[in-house]
Write a protein that binds this ligand. Structure first.
Ligand code: GAL
Length: 339
């Protein structure tokens, strides 16, 4: 549970007036939002960024408020991101949206934001609770990692229950799987791995782990790993469980090169290339975060902070600070049926 400590009297005043870190101004007609991405070349983050830009335009149209988004790429450097935040503050940003590079290292950003009185909406890379508890103008938007993992495991359980031969491809009564994991420091990687496999076990799929490795969310790293694994265990691998779509696509690249396209691959994210692979029947399924809702929540919450308004009711906050975006299973068969 989030036990927020209210350290300063002024923080109490802010809490009473809702989401309001920026100076409350009469009739604000424009807002400036500083957004820093951990890596601009991450496929999922790029998908979120596109929707954020669309939503900012819609917000302008609907509310008659000019919205300036200043979007920067931290290129995997926490130091660069800290400097970007400093610049955002000096440019007079009303609110910051930060996709942390190092989720354990939010303190510099929080210090700067608190000193300047500029609220922060973190997203996708969750700061540790201790950092989140430092101020009541810190928010986090993401997806629930356990929910994602259970949904991912469930789609394989469902297929196995329906048609075991589609999962136990070689019919030996055991489903040999390999596991592709995201960054070891990311809150999602461990939880996704643990609960996906647990769900397969609980659902009665007779799984056996062949091997696994960390590919840091990246397609090329996953492809290289999968190539090695296929060279060593080609006849045993029947299922690829991937912590995200990009790594699933890397595995598919290697499977295609090795002519092993019957192997089932499941991903997470529902990115544009992930959905394409699903439509082409190359990927069995993915757990898709609702990017419209995810990005809208970031934009609307940030805008309400910038305007000195209460957080939007459409995106209810858990413990006053966390919004969990909805997600759903998308499997190849659904797409076939809808065509
Ligand atoms: C995960 C997502 C990955 C990657 C990562 C970046 O939630 O599944 O594809 O985008 O966030 O932090």
């Amino acid at each position: 549970m989030r036990g927020r400590k209210i350290l300063l009297l002024c923080a109490v005043c802010m809490a009473l007036s809702g989401c309001q870190g920026a100076q409350k101004e009469e009739e604000k007609t424009s807002i400036r939002i500083g957004i820093s991405l951990y890596r601009g070349d991450d496929t999922f983050i790029n998908n979120i960024r596109s929707v954020l830009e669309e939503r900012a335009k819609e917000y302008e149209r609907e509310n008659g408020i000019k919205v300036t988004l200043d979007i920067q790429d931290a290129k995997g450097s926490q130091n660069t991101q800290n400097n970007q935040v400093e610049r955002f503050i000096s440019l007079g940003c009303d609110v910051l949206c930060v996709n942390l590079v190092d989720r354990m290292d939010a303190s510099v950003i929080i210090d700067k934001a608190m000193t300047a009185g500029v609220p922060v909406v973190f997203f996708n890379r969750q700061p540790v609770e201790e950092d989140m508890n430092r101020w009541d103008q810190l928010y986090y938007i993401g997806v629930d990692a356990k929910e994602t993992a259970v949904l991912q495991g469930q789609m394989v359980v469902d297929l196995y229950t329906d048609r075991p031969e589609a999962v136990d491809i070689n019919g030996d009564g055991v489903v040999g799987y390999v596991l592709l994991e995201g960054e070891s420091s990311h809150q999602d990687s461990l939880i996704r791995t643990e609960w996906s496999i647990q769900t397969l076990k609980d659902g009665g799929v007779p799984i056996e782990k062949i091997t696994g490795g960390i590919a840091n969310w990246e397609r090329s790293q996953a492809s290289a790993l999968m190539e090695q694994w296929l060279a060593a265990y080609k006849n045993d691998i029947e299922l690829v469980v991937s912590n995200n779509d990009d790594m699933a696509l890397g595995a598919i690249d290697a499977l295609e090169r090795a002519g092993a396209v019957e192997v089932n691959v499941v991903g997470i994210d529902g990115t544009t290339p992930g959905l394409e692979a699903l439509e082409n029947g190359k990927m069995l399924g993915t757990v898709s975060a609702n990017k419209e809702v995810y990005a809208s929540a970031i934009l609307e919450l940030a805008a309400s902070c910038a305007m000195g308004q209460k957080p939007p009711q459409e995106y209810p906050l858990t413990d006053g600070a966390y919004y969990w975006a909805p997600q759903e299973i998308l499997v190849y068969e659904d797409i076939e049926e809808n065509q």
